[in-house]
Write a protein that binds this ligand. Structure first.
Ligand code: ARG
Length: 703
């Protein structure tokens, strides 16, 4: 029986592989046989004709890919959205297809120039007519999807293609009758896979393996219960048979050389309109503005890359290039995303890069009340290290207590409205929390090229140094320490027990004694090993002078803990004259506040160790308050903890022998972080030597 379904095909009279616009064409230029192509095409034509009506559009010389009529346009009812090819190699096909549609009584819509969309190759109707699946990422632009929705009055679901072998949606995705879906999940990003899984019930999804996918098994023509394709594995055939589909294989190897198969060679021109189905598109767009050294600082590249990486798409609407070395550039970029969810993720990252709304688009932040203490509304904006402002009642308000991984809470106080970064656990009923990504901006200083190059900490901004550069960093850090000391600033040290094991203790003592350190953070271990070394000459049982393990030495640290416990605190043991030297001794003697945060593996612990971690976090954040620099010495855990509480603008120097730790900590996207991969004992020794050289005090002539 021939059903009333009609397909449009185009004979391969002029078919060839003449150029490369997809990976399948690579190495295949002029390698396909016209005779075999004609034979394969005819076979397909007859197979389809057995089950449906086939119309033909005349082939045109010079347009070898015109055989792939799926790319003529997208038909729904009487309406057609004509393709706008991405590549000039195919753009010449457009008028011929347009002609055919017009001659056959279709109402033809054409997209704006420079908005690529490749027809039914990238847009597939759910066979039940419920919605349109539309692909983007290679050939079709996300921004074409809202036009499809509007003109065809149908819901459009955007899917992002990730694997260039599957550059058109119809190469990896084939809706079948009765709501089934044949597809290759590997071709899509995880967000799109989730969207597919939400729309199509598990029993209706027929996910295929790569082996079938590369044979173009998804590039199939479905007429009722028949599925026509190039080739299918036995496994796939039986899976399809189980759910009532019969596979007809017809070899199309000559067309595979151009990156197409059965579906590509056909265009279904009778697509029934579903009743009660109306336009709906979740694609969102927003225009953002960026200003600064967009090129010099690589900001614009980062912005555009992240938009695409996260599944969005962009159009640069304006770009004013700063022509002089010192002048800044400004750009206006239209950002599109397949859904609000993806848009939020993209925008929150762009905010960190300093993106703002156009003045006329500025909106107040969206606020939602906290209804359960310690729990934010679902959609809360996660704070970052960058100085942030939010818009409330038309005014920009600076957020206080800037730190990452908090929520921004607004409260009304006697002094008016106050916005603060708060940890989730500190949220109170009555707080209003910023949700979504509206009315939020970060304030980025636009350093000039000169400033960037001369700033002490920028010479290897966010970089990890190699051993060779250690001395250079040491010089810079020493210089910085000196300046901060002379101007009455604040340096906080985070230190792990490795400082003591590597013989860095004595140097750290000097830094404390000589006024270079204003706060010390660590865990139980640094304090125990420091005092063990000074009481018993070992560190975790190793003789620090000889570097060998002392018999029974592993018990030493427990003895030390016990002694301190007897006195009640480190300070009391120092006062009693029991602890006579060491880092902890110097802290006590010089009134340097310290906080020791406990952990599950702590022996003892020392009476000073704060085993309540919420309190420990509070102590830490008090100590780092107002710090100009934080020296992180070989303690991944405590350093990460500190990094999380520290706003941008505080210089951070992270020293660790493990490059992974250093990278993790110095990669904060702020130029103030520097990582040094080296032995921490060596680093401290070089640092004190360098400080000795800087004998004459630096006179601060700023401020
Ligand atoms: N060589 C053609 C191109 O790269 C193949 C088109 C295949 N068509 C399709 N609907 N997937 O454009």
């Amino acid at each position: 029986m021939v059903s009333q379904i009609r397909f449009l095909m185009c004979a391969p009279d002029h078919y060839d592989v003449d150029y490369v616009i997809n990976p399948w064409m690579e190495g295949n230029i002029h390698k396909s046989s016209r005779d075999r192509a004609v034979e394969q095409w005819n076979k397909l034509y007859h197979v389809i004709k057995d089950h449906a009506i086939v119309d033909l559009v005349p082939p045109q010389k010079g347009w070898p890919d015109m055989v792939f009529s799926a790319n003529a346009g997208l038909v729904l009812g009487e309406n057609v959205v004509l393709s706008r090819f991405l590549h000039k190699e195919r753009q010449g096909e457009e008028p011929y297809f347009q002609q055919w549609f017009e001659n056959n009584g279709y109402n033809v819509y054409t997209l704006p120039k420079d908005l690529p969309f490749e027809g039914a190759g990238d847009a597939l109707l759910d066979r039940e007519g419920r919605w349109l699946w539309a692909g983007y990422g290679f050939r079709s632009e996300l921004d074409s999807h809202p036009y499809l929705a509007k003109w065809l009055d149908i819901e459009v679901i955007s899917l992002r293609l990730m694997d260039e072998r599957f550059y058109h949606l119809d190469t990896c995705f084939c809706p079948l009758a009765n709501g089934y879906l044949l597809y290759y999940p590997g071709a899509f990003d995880s967000y799109s896979n989730r969207v597919i899984e939400m729309r199509v019930a598990p029993e209706k999804r027929i996910a295929i393996e790569e082996a079938d996918a590369v044979n173009f098994a998804c590039n199939a023509v479905n007429v009722d219960s028949i599925v026509i394709m190039n080739k299918a594995s036995d496994g796939l055939k039986s899976r399809l048979a189980e759910v009532g589909f019969q596979v007809i294989e017809t070899p199309l190897t000559e067309f595979l050389k151009a990156g197409g198969a059965a579906k590509c060679l056909t265009l279904r021109v009778t697509e029934p309109i579903g009743e009660e189905i109306h336009a709906n598109v979740s694609v969102e767009s927003r225009i953002i503005r960026m200003e600064g050294h967009l090129l010099d600082a690589g900001l614009i590249n980062r912005a555009l890359d992240l938009i695409v990486e996260m599944g969005g798409s962009f159009q640069v609407l304006k770009f004013n290039l700063g022509e002089q070395r010192q002048s800044t550039s400004a750009a206006e970029v239209r950002v599109s995303a397949p859904s609000h969810e993806v848009m939020e993720e993209i925008i929150s990252q762009l905010i960190d890069l300093g993106a703002v709304d156009l003045p006329q688009d500025e909106r107040d932040s969206r606020l939602e009340p906290v209804i359960q203490a310690g729990v934010a509304p679902d959609d809360f904006y996660v704070s970052t290290i960058y100085p942030t402002e939010i818009r409330v009642n038309g005014e920009w308000l600076k957020v206080q207590n800037q730190r990452m991984d908090g929520a921004i809470a607004i409260s009304t106080t006697a002094n008016g409205i106050v916005a603060k970064c708060k940890l989730l656990r500190d949220l109170e009923i009555g707080d209003k929390v910023v949700v979504d990504v509206l009315g939020i901006r970060t304030v980025r200083k636009a350093e000039s090229r000169e400033q960037r190059n001369s700033q002490e900490f920028s010479f290897m901004s966010s970089g990890v140094s190699s051993e060779k550069r250690v001395e250079l960093v040491v010089e810079q850090v020493a210089w910085e320490l000196r300046k901060i000391k002379d101007s009455g600033g604040k340096v906080v040290v985070t230190a792990g027990p490795v400082v003591i094991h590597t013989g860095g203790g004595e140097h750290l003592c000097r830094l404390v004694r000589e006024g270079y350190v204003q706060g010390l953070l660590g865990g139980n271990a640094i304090a125990v090993h420091d005092m063990e070394q000074n009481l018993l000459g070992t560190s975790l049982g190793v003789d620090m002078k000889r570097g060998v393990a002392v018999r029974g030495g592993h018990r030493h640290h427990l003895k030390v803990i016990n002694t301190i416990r007897r006195f009640g605190s480190i300070a009391k043991a120092v006062e009693a004259g029991v602890v006579k030297s060491g880092v902890m001794y110097e802290c006590v003697k010089n009134n340097i506040p310290f906080s020791l945060a406990g952990s599950i593996r702590d022996d003892g612990p020392l009476p000073d160790t704060q085993m309540n971690l919420i309190l420990a976090q509070q102590e830490y954040s008090q100590i780092i308050q107002g710090a100009d620099m934080i020296l992180m010495l070989s303690s991944m855990l405590h350093s990460i903890g500190v990094g999380n509480m520290t706003p941008a603008g505080v210089k951070m120097v992270c020293v660790d022998i493990n490059p992974a730790v250093v990278t993790k900590l110095s990669d904060r996207g702020s130029i103030e972080s520097v990582g040094v991969v080296t032995d921490v004992g060596l680093f401290l020794s070089l640092l004190t030597q360098q400080l000795d050289k800087l004998t004459s005090p630096y006179v601060a002539n700023v401020g």
